[in-house]
Design a protein around this ligand. Structure first.
Ligand SMILES: CC(=O)SCCNC(=O)CCNC(=O)[C@H](O)C(C)(C)COP(=O)(O)OP(=O)(O)OC[C@H]1O[C@@H](n2cnc3c(N)ncnc32)[C@H](O)[C@@H]1OP(=O)(O)O
Ligand SMILES: CC(C)C(=O)C(=O)O
Ligand SMILES: [Mg+2]
Length: 569
């Protein structure tokens, strides 16, 4: 059997098939500064690639979603192909579902009976784009049509003539515009593609106020996206009636670079882009309209499409297509705003804190302040997603992620060295389980580690306490249980904590406090306080935590929590 490494010799490099030479290209220096004309082809190209094509209810749902998002040109089907597609176009027209600022588009081959039926589907429509196509590629001319260049060009021009004919006969009162696609453009010699499109333009006779859309599909993506961009710029320079022609692109994603191809094509002068939500479509899909639009948004360019509730768009697309959107799909996937790894979590946590501080200093609401958080290209909230899933913890996570969850979900603002200590406890758990640990589980681990009432076999428990002050001196009287014995202990110091440390000496507990932090709990039961103490006890340094509505009791419990984390000595 031929080894895999030698099988590559079966494939012809693209540059040996199609010559694209544009040494004076200008597109690499261009920047996308405004939205193109978008055309959503989910209901045609997307639908023709589905395992189970959409039924009429699904089609209506998809159509409404596309309209609500702001798409103004929507390819709604191939009405001559099936009764379902025909009926759907009829339903859109008859039920008045097409808003005045939206134009439906229908696709048809350059064959008379199909063109006639297509116009029948549009009877009564106010306006539409009739999109006719034939393949022009060298390969298809040979194997599908067995026809010469001139014969293939004649299919296109005859298709254009038939469209004009049936528009007059069937839809004389409608505002019909035309789109022509030299299908398999990427496999077509460029000089020939321009010859065919200019010949079609000659027949259609477009005008600036009624332009012809010339759509150059990467029916199969065959080369790197810079080659597509070169071909678009090359073509645009040679369009016979540039003022009356709209240059449209229709990238597919066979090489996984559909988005890049569309973006470089826009730099190269394309005016319009056809694609599908979340990249549904033939084989590896059409170019993803969500990614393209959101890429613009993330560069400060208004895509003129509303992505403010991306989850609901995703749910609709999954319902209509009966295909899942991948968890890693740009912008919409479930995991794309989630960091599991420690250093990312640390940076995100610091980024959020810095953003909030800068917005506060500038007196600007944080959701209007210039976005800059590491690892998050856009603010998830701008597209209707929450911060809940931004940080998730598994064995790859570090203290930043654990601290973020403790703060975000439970209001605990753990001191830095305590974060390090606690994250070791969480890490031990994730290493043992080998899986992600939920926010609830992290809280549970925290309680077992630090809360005196949950700690296993606590040595020291604080019951009630009284404090009194005289001058600078504070006296604490506390009832405690230590290693099973109840005690009433008293001590004085310059604050309740040092007084309690002193009192504990009465029962032989020696503690040296290294750090003490307290704050009110900002979430949940607002009236409570949290206290954290770092203590040297014997030869160990450990943290303890306490929560109570009384700050002194929270502090004493924190100290007890630290004692409970050491062995009897
Ligand atoms: C790249 C794309 O996405 S293109 C769009 C593809 N989408 C679809 O095809 C979905 C809907 N299509 C269909 O349901 C069917 O193809 C129909 C109903 C339109 C036509 O069905 P049929 O006539 O039975 O068959 P089919 O599509 O195979 O037609 C093939 C014939 O049309 C010719 N043909 C194919 N495309 C075109 C075209 N665009 N213009 C003119 N002739 C064409 C072929 O050469 C072939 O001719 P032959 O029979 O003389 O060999
Ligand atoms: C019909 C055409 C535009 C098409 O879908 C393609 O070439 O991919
Ligand atoms: Mg296509």
């Amino acid at each position: 059997m031929t080894p895999f490494s030698q099988k590559a010799t079966r494939y012809t490099p693209f540059h040996d098939q199609i010559a694209v030479s544009l040494p004076d290209r200008t597109w690499p220096d261009k920047v996308i500064e405004s939205a193109p004309v978008w055309c959503a082809v989910d209901l045609r190209d997307g639908n023709q690639a589905l395992i189970d094509p959409m039924d009429i209810e699904r089609k209506k749902t998809m159509f409404r979603t596309l309209v609500d998002m702001g798409y103004k040109e929507i390819e709604v089907g191939f009405p001559a192909a099936s009764q379902t597609d025909f009926d759907f176009v009829r339903a859109l027209v008859d039920e008045g579902m097409i808003p005045d600022d939206v134009t439906i588009q229908v696709l048809v081959q350059c064959r008379e009976h199909l063109i006639e039926r297509t116009f029948e589907s549009l009877r009564g429509a106010k306006r539409a784009i009739v999109h006719f196509y034939n393949s022009t590629s060298a390969l298809q001319r040979k194997v599908v049509f067995d026809a010469s260049r001139d014969e293939i060009k004649a299919i296109a021009t005859h298709g254009a003539e038939l469209c004009l004919k049936y528009a007059l006969i069937v839809t004389p009162d409608a505002d019909i515009r035309y789109e022509y696609s030299p299908e398999s453009f990427t496999g077509t010699e460029l000089d020939y593609a321009v010859e065919v499109c200019n010949a079609v333009a000659e027949v259609i006779d477009p005008a600036p106020d009624k332009p012809l859309i010339v759509n150059l599909p990467a029916t199969v993506e065959m080369a790197t996206p810079n080659v597509y961009a070169d071909s678009i710029e090359w073509f645009k320079r040679r369009m016979a009636r540039p003022e009356s022609m709209i240059l449209s692109v229709h990238p597919h994603n066979d090489r996984g670079t559909g988005v890049a191809a569309a973006e470089l094509a826009l730099q190269a002068g394309a005016d319009r882009v056809e694609g599908c939500l979340f990249g549904n479509g033939e084989r590896t899909g059409n170019v993803c309209l969500v990614t393209l639009g959101m890429n613009m948004f993330s560069q400060g360019v208004d895509p003129e499409i509303d992505f403010s509730d991306i989850d609901s768009v995703k749910r609709t697309v999954e319902y209509c297509n009966r295909l899942p959107v991948h968890e890693r799909h740009p912008y919409g996937g479930d995991l794309v705003f989630t960091a599991f790894s420690g250093s990312h979590q640390d940076a995100i946590k610091k980024g959020f804190a810095a953003l909030e501080a800068e917005a506060r200093d500038a007196g600007v609401p944080v959701d209007e302040y210039t976005w800059a958080v590491p690892y998050l290209p856009v603010d998830p909230k701008d597209i209707g997603r929450s911060y809940e899933a931004v940080i998730r913890v598994n064995s790859q996570s570090g203290k930043g992620g654990v601290a973020y969850i403790m703060h975000q979900d439970y209001g605990f603002d753990l001191p830095r060295r305590m974060q390090i200590e606690f994250s070791r406890a969480v890490q031990e758990h994730t290493d043992n389980s080998g899986r992600e640990v939920s926010s609830r589980e992290i809280h549970e681990i925290f309680r077992h580690e630090y809360h005196p009432e949950y700690q296993p076999n606590p040595r020291l428990a604080v019951g009630s306490c009284n404090t009194s002050a005289s001058g600078d001196e504070v006296t604490v009287e506390a009832s405690v249980t230590f290693e099973g014995q109840d005690h009433k202990i008293v001590g004085s110091g310059n604050g309740p904590l040092s007084a309690f440390v002193k009192a504990l000496e009465e029962i032989g507990v020696r503690v040296s406090v290294q750090e003490y932090v307290q704050h009110s709990l900002s979430t949940g039961t607002d009236a409570k306080s949290a206290a954290y103490v770092e203590c040297a006890i014997g030869d160990r340094t450990v943290w303890g935590a306490g929560v109570h509505s009384n700050i002194t009791l929270a502090t004493l419990r924190a100290l007890a929590s630290a004692v409970n984390r050491t062995e009897a000595g």
